[in-house]
Design a protein around this ligand. Structure first.
Ligand code: 5AD
Ligand code: SF4
Length: 464
């Protein structure tokens, strides 16, 4: 058996072992993701491995024999939350010494974090980084048989494992990673250090997975990658992201496709045209600009200017005025001044995003930006953040009004805020839509005539 498939051997070993370790009933595992959709997707694979071993699952840590935290390192807040949660597990371990606690994901790929866990959080039994996802069965086997603490953060496993069991978190929306890693080294970002270089999956494996999901009734496929726009560059296969989208668009079935995230430097007119001309790709583009100031963009190592960025928006809107854009903004990059911030506000006013995900800059050890001496006071960053949020709220409400009187296709997510008889879903533009309807419509597409626009959502009535 080669290294690529060695995990299967340990899945089998644990399957045979579990009845003797837990003679009363099959053990339950609790898996919690703290991070992005890639982390969620990794957790679905971890669950797949555990299900193959014979574990059941629980949302309640009190009932679990195995607790796994899949962690995020993008901002400090996420890390603090994880440490808080690990701290709280200490008393559970005291109540049940057999409890196995595992930490994985992006935090676990950083040496200083692993050292902190090793020294301070003795209740943790196993730690494995993003490259060692498929070492988990071997590590768990060691913990169960030898009751020792194990740590695996080597960067040895760059293999893309295909055809593995996956326990999906959703019944009608599924995430499909198309590539892993990132080559861009934006100066603020830890991702390239914890997820390595770009590795694309073959288009055949992606198409097969999507066909299977569509056959199983999934209605929304989210293509994942740190920078999907560079899909295929590392493959022998002659294909780019636009080509992949065309292939996916040709798959038969009643489903829609979204993707994230995209780097503006690799966003092309060809890609925009492919989206507009497609039948199944949502007419929504999440295109993180991060800052509207060319000075800051250059320090961020983003490799585009605000003018380059606006050209993509203009091209899309000339062809399809409704085209929906959303973005990520970092407020308070080291030494961002008033003029820089106003340039970001100018872009926001020009583009009129339907949605903005904004973050206050968080210093990440090991990145280039962490070396810059930052003179911008924290209060100024907080003030800028408040301004951005309030201006964006007005812009979104105004822009959402374009849909009043029109009918949008909505995938129903679940019950709405008002409870029974009220539903909430997302339109193809990725805007929240709320309306009255029966619970049995959850997971289905409905047509909704829009009657009002609020700053967080649209409101309407189902037509059928
Ligand atoms: N501080 C704040 N926000 C960050 N992001 C990435 N790194 C940082 C950081 N150090 C944001 C970017 C990215 C999103 C996923 O997280 O806006 O697009
Ligand atoms: Fe981080 Fe930039 Fe890569 Fe996105 S493109 S993951 S922001 S380095």
């Amino acid at each position: 058996m080669d290294a690529d498939t060695q995990y299967i051997e340990f899945v089998e070993k644990i399957k045979n072992l579990l009845p003797s370790v837990y003679p009363d009933s099959p053990p339950l595992a609790h898996i919690h993701s703290f991070g992005c959709q890639q982390n969620e997707s990794d957790s679905e694979k971890i669950k797949g491995l555990l299900a193959d071993m014979g574990y059941g699952f629980t949302d309640d840590t009190n009932n679990a024999e195995l607790i796994i935290y899949n962690t995020c390192a993008v901002r400090e807040n996420a890390e603090l939350k994880v440490f808080g949660n690990i701290g709280e597990l200490k008393h559970l371990k005291e109540l049940n010494p057999k409890l196995v606690i595992g930490i994985c994901g992006c935090m676990a790929q950083q040496e200083h974090i692993v050292e902190k866990i090793r020294k301070t959080y003795k209740q943790v039994d196993m730690v494995w980084g993003t490259f060692a996802l498929f070492s988990m069965p071997k590590l768990l086997h060691e913990v169960l048989t030898e009751r020792k603490r194990v740590f695996e953060i080597s960067e040895s496993d760059k293999t893309i494992h295909e055809n593995i069991s996956t326990v999906r978190n959703g019944a009608f929306k599924a995430s499909v990673p198309i590539m892993y890693g990132c080559n861009n080294f934006c100066s603020y970002c830890i991702v390239p250090y914890v997820r390595g270089r770009e590795r694309s999956r073959s288009s055949e494996a992606i198409i097969d997975e999507i066909k299977g999901l569509v056959k199983d009734g999934y209605r929304e496929i989210m293509l994942l990658g740190q920078n999907v726009n560079s899909y295929g560059k590392d493959l022998d296969e002659h294909i780019n992201f636009s080509g992949l989208l065309k292939k996916i668009d040709n798959i038969d079935g009643n489903f829609r496709v979204r993707f994230m995230s995209s780097h503006p430097k690799d966003a092309t007119f060809e890609l925009v045209d492919t989206i507009i001309e497609s039948k199944k790709i949502c007419k929504h583009f999440h295109l993180p600009i991060q800052s509207g100031s060319d000075r800051i963009l250059s320090q961020m190592n983003r490799n585009y200017t605000s003018e380059d960025y606006l050209k993509i928006i203009e091209h899309a809107r000339n062809k399809l005025p409704d085209f929906s854009f959303s973005t990520d903004i970092i407020v308070g990059f080291p030494n961002e001044n008033e003029e820089d911030f106003q340039k970001t506000m100018d872009i926001i006013r020009k583009v009129k995003y339907d949605n903005i995900y904004s973050f206050i800059y968080s210093k990440r050890t090991g990145t280039k930006a962490a070396l810059i001496e930052d003179k911008t006071p924290q209060e100024e960053k907080t003030k800028h953040m408040r301004t951005l949020l309030s201006v964006q709220r007005e812009i979104a409400t105004e822009r959402y009004k374009r849909f009043i009187g029109r009918t949008l296709r909505v995938l129903v997510d679940g019950e709405g805020k008002k409870g029974a008889g009220h539903l909430s879903g997302k339109s193809d533009e990725f805007i929240i839509v709320e309306f009255n309807g029966e619970k049995k419509l959850i997971g289905k597409f409905v047509e909704v005539e829009i009657t009002a626009a609020h700053n967080w959502a649209l409101e309407g009535n189902i037509i059928n």
